[in-house]
Write a protein that binds this ligand. Structure first.
Ligand code: NAP
Length: 404
């Protein structure tokens, strides 16, 4: 559809338009590469960690805009241009207002224009064929993740396989597992059995904290993809920090796993703000999320502030407080106004925050279905704030940072 010259011209046009139109507030770590040396020198000049972080991010954004354009161009001449209609469609609908991720990621049709919260592409006939609910997506550093995932902790064997297949057929497009859950084979069988293409499923797994040395990272990553029956996982996380292994060693090995094609993106879980900062410093690619416990009765304010300040996404685990939200009076009252259950209100409250993803687990099919029905209503700002008040409230600036 395009010859090489068209491609050069189009990418030049897109690169110029994207760098010229992007606001500083937009997510812009498009190619995801950072410069550790430059980041360090900025930090040395500036005493305050928050200020140095902000400077580093500004610097990264600027260099990434230029570097991202070059990388996308180089990648574009290396790939078959079989999906040029995707590019044309993006240019037509977005007016080149954002970066084109497709060329570098090779993930057909995945683009991540600002703003960070992207509504489900309802025009995509293939997705509509699955009759899935409208599923929002969140982006960071070139990785786009469905805002609602299905957690699989404590699901085993056939129960796990059937739950994963059913979840995908109900419209979930994001599955969360871990080495620790000991269910990779069952999760893989569930994905295989579902009437959903593998490329439409976002699959996350996690390295257990005793396997964070470089050799273990490499061998476990190979084991994971084999057990899951996939070519690569979409996201590989460090499950818990382990102070006895330098984070630099772990992250460098995870970057190599990415280069080997076994993981498309990396991230962490249960990291504090300083630990997250250290992981980001150590990584050549974006740390796209920090998976932490987050629900209406337990709010990690410092991590939310970090995320709202252009940091990685937060993936909320135990988003239902392991079921405890179901009996909360405030959530019941708000749910009554929308004809929704307290669990649906809790999940909606999470995914309605710009940088937040939620991964509820449900063995019961009724719960699975109920939890998926959260994209057809919206909480008011007052309702959002009332739920934050359950755990002491948040500042106006944080509310703004979360898009409330
Ligand atoms: N990174 C980490 O360290 C970490 C730690 C914990 C969890 N996680 C991840 O996060 C996922 C979710 O967390 P979680 O399993 O701890 O807790 P959760 O999702 O907050 O709660 C699951 C519990 O809530 C019940 N439930 C589900 N939907 C419900 C509904 N609509 N109404 C009432 N009750 C409902 C479930 O019952 P049924 O199962 O009977 O339906 C189950 O007992 C895990 O599966 C795992 O993938 C990660």
């Amino acid at each position: 559809m395009f010859d090489l010259d068209d491609r050069i011209g189009l990418f030049f046009f897109i690169g110029v338009a994207a760098s010229g139109t992007e606001s500083p507030d937009c997510e812009s770590d498009a190619d995801g590469y950072r410069d550790a040396d430059d980041g360090q020198s900025e930090a040395d000049e500036c005493g305050s960690p928050a200020a140095s972080r902000a400077l580093r991010r500004l610097f990264r954004r600027t260099t990434n805009d230029l570097r991202g354009f070059v990388l996308r161009f180089v990648a574009s001449v290396q790939v078959e241009f079989q999906d040029s209609e995707v590019l044309e469609d993006h240019v037509r609908t977005n007016g080149c207002g954002g970066h084109i991720y497709w060329a570098t990621t090779g993930r057909k049709g995945r683009t991540a224009p600002p703003p960070r919260v992207r509504p489900h592409p309802a025009h995509d006939a293939k997705r509509q064929a699955y009759d899935e609910p409208c599923m929002d997506e969140k982006s960071f550093g070139g990785t786009t993740i469905p805002a609602l995932g299905f957690g699989t902790y404590r699901l085993q064997g056939e129960t796990c396989e059937n739950a994963v297949r059913d979840a995908l057929e109900l419209g979930y497009r994001h599955i969360d597992t871990a080495e620790f859950y000991d269910n990779h084979e069952a999760v893989g069988r569930g994905i295989e059995a579902a009437s959903v293409d593998r490329e439409d499923v976002f699959l996350t797994t996690k390295l257990w904290k005793t396997n964070l040395e470089a050799d273990a990272v490499h061998s476990r990553a190979r084991d994971f993809v084999e057990a899951l029956g996939v070519d690569a996982v979409d996201l590989l996380l460090v499950h818990w920090p382990n102070e006895s292994v330098p984070i630099e060693e772990t992250i460098e090995a995870m970057n190599e796993v990415q280069r080997d094609g076994l993981a498309r993106a990396i991230g962490v879980s249960n990291f504090s703000v300083p630990q997250l900062d250290a992981a980001m410093e150590a990584s050549a690619t974006p740390i796209v999320t920090n998976q932490v416990q987050y629900h209406p009765l337990s709010v990690p304010t410092d991590l939310l502030e970090f995320a709202a300040d252009d940091g990685p996404l937060i993936t909320a685990y135990s988003p239902l407080g392991k079921g405890a939200v179901a009996t909360n009076g405030t959530l019941q009252e708000i749910g009554g106004a929308h004809d929704k259950t307290p669990a649906q209100v809790a999940l909606r409250w999470l995914v309605q925050q710009d940088p937040v993803i939620a991964i509820p687990k449900a063995e019961s099919r009724d719960h699975r279905y109920e939890n998926s029905q959260i994209f057809d209503f919206e909480l008011t700002d007052a309702e959002m704030r009332a739920i934050f008040d359950l755990s002491g409230g948040i500042s106006d600036s944080l509310a703004k940072g979360l898009g409330i």
